[in-house]
Design a binder for this molecule. Sequence first.
Ligand code: ADX
Length: 198
Amino acid sequence: MRPDPAVTYGMTKPDQNLPDVSGMSILSRSGGLIWLTGLSGAGKTTLSRLIQKALALQGVRCELLDGDIVRARSAKVLGFSRHDRDENVRRMGEAALELAQSGAWVVVAAISPYRRARTQVRELMASRGVPFLEVYVRCPLEVAEQRDPKGLYKLARAGQISQFTGVSDPYEEPSQPDLIVDTAHQSPEACAAAILSL
Ligand code: ADX
């Protein structure tokens, strides 16, 4: 059985009350990119899935690009050095651009720890006239670490994973995100609704 994403991420299990996006301006735009950045365990994947479900209810195509899944598919060619993370972000931006230009809404869920790489994606989208929304999925390190859905923080603290974001590698908070959602204090549904209201 596949794990429930909300449980996986240690967040409150979402009930069936998906955000109602009918009448929201997102429906009047033909595609765009919602970029979720934040620590591992912050809730990016959970939110991306809620957004996709809410949009699907309105017949809007929404594609998800999740760091974990994209990395698994690319045969782990990229590691976690700054260079590789930036390359990962660049590739996701390129893929998202193509999807958005085909009329889909795209949600990228990736730690994407470096400001400059995220800004480069913003600039790429702007140069092609594709709406881009950077959402900081904020969650204090202590909370993400307590959730530790994949047991990675524990391994990182034990020195078994190096360059782990928040523990032994940096995370640069967005200086001017389009939105901040706080997953330590807001429900997943409230966060997804706030994002869809942008
Ligand atoms: S990013 O930094 O390049 O944007 P991405 O979101 O694709 O990262 O992948 C992060 C996921 O890889 C984490 O959720 C975690 O499951 C896994 N991971 C493995 N090693 C690390 C590490 N050193 N730092 C962060 N995440 C890691």
